[in-house]
Design a protein around this ligand. Structure first.
Ligand code: F6P
Length: 323
């Protein structure tokens, strides 16, 4: 292997720049030429390759987002799109690819691998929905951002004796919601994995009100059947049942931006380095991520297309603690 490329794909995640930096510098230290691909798979299909040097990744380790840009690319889901991407890489003499991204992006890398192109992944998404890993790149920062927002909301909620619906990201996975609720002391948590009856949520809020609580926080994952807007709409005519006056805050993309935590910088650095080694050592079709206290590689075949289960014990713990 002489020349590799690196791209970031799907929703960006804090720590992606640390991973890019690591891929570039470790790759160069291994004697490889390294190219960056702009705008994810869309840039791969269009041949948007940029030569990277040790200097071109200077000063980026602490930056949120991704200096290479990212995109969601429907064309790459087609075989023709993937063939074009491989042709572009072959035309540029690129013989290995590192894909930094989450579930959808790693489905793309698995398909490239199956077409015979050498790939390695870095498990990266704030949703933490990749099967097989304990933590993906960006989760720690997103969780801390959500938590800081929750703490701010709690103080105003308490001053006004209000209940707040706080919506966090998580399309299919309630990890961020559950961890935010646990670490932030929320009264109720609503996740996509469990179908929650909004009237049961209203009852829990009412009980908290009657117990004399000065506020109540409901953390809702955006992918739940009743997201914050749907829940607020359901409660609109039922204020007396809830007790508290109700407000809603959608944290949205605030959680995806910002300076990566130490953990995410280190994870990006270590997983990026491992992805290069996987390519160099010929362990193609693997993905690096955080598992059992260290960075480990798993075969993409074992990771892609499976659902990461939510820990039911932690859901019960959140309920017990919300007294
Ligand atoms: O990257 C994951 C994620 O942040 C999900 O939590 C969310 O549903 C989605 O991306 C939003 O995507 P976009 O930024 O493309 O609207």
């Amino acid at each position: 292997m002489k020349r590799i490329a690196v791209l970031t794909s799907g929703g960006d995640a804090p720590g992606m720049n640390a991973a890019i930096r690591s891929v570039v510098r470790v790759g160069i230290a291994e004697g490889l030429e390294v190219y960056g691909v702009e705008q994810g798979y869309a840039g791969l299909i269009a041949g948007r390759f940029v030569p990277m040097t040790v200097r071109s990744v200077g000063g980026i380790i602490g930056l949120g987002g991704t200096v290479l840009g990212s995109a969601r690319c429907p064309e790459f889901r087609t075989e023709e799109g993937r063939r074009k991407a491989i042709e572009q890489m072959q035309a540029h003499g690129i013989d290995g690819l590192v894909v930094i991204g989450g579930g959808g992006s790693q489905t793309g890398s698995l398909l490239l691998h199956r077409m015979g192109f050498p790939v390695a992944g870095v498990a990266s998404t704030i949703d933490n929905d990749l099967y097989g890993f304990d933590l993906t790149l960006g989760v720690d920062t997103a969780l801390n951002t959500a938590l800081e927002s929750l703490d701010r909301i709690r103080s105003t909620a308490s001053s006004h004796h209000r209940a707040f619906l706080v919506e966090v990201m998580g399309r299919d996975c309630g990890y961020l919601a559950l961890m935010t609720a646990l670490a932030g002391g929320a009264e109720v948590v609503v996740v996509p994995e469990v179908d929650v009856d909004p009237d049961a949520v209203a009852r829990e809020l009412r009980e908290a009100y009657e117990r004399g609580k000065s506020h109540a926080i409901v953390v809702v994952a955006e992918g739940a059947r009743y997201n914050a807007a749907a829940m607020a709409e359901h409660f609109r005519e039922r204020r007396d049942e809830v007790g508290f006056e109700l407000r809603m805050t959608v944290l949205g993309h605030v959680q995806r931006g910002g300076t990566p935590t130490a953990f995410d910088r280190l994870l990006g650095t270590r997983a990026g380095a491992m992805a290069v080694k996987l390519l160099v050592e010929g362990r193609h079709g693997h993905i690096a991520g955080w598992l059992e206290g260290k960075v480990q590689a798993l075969p993409l075949e074992e990771v892609v297309g499976k659902k990461r289960p939510l820990e039911p014990d932690l859901l019960s713990l959140a309920e017990v603690l919300a007294q």
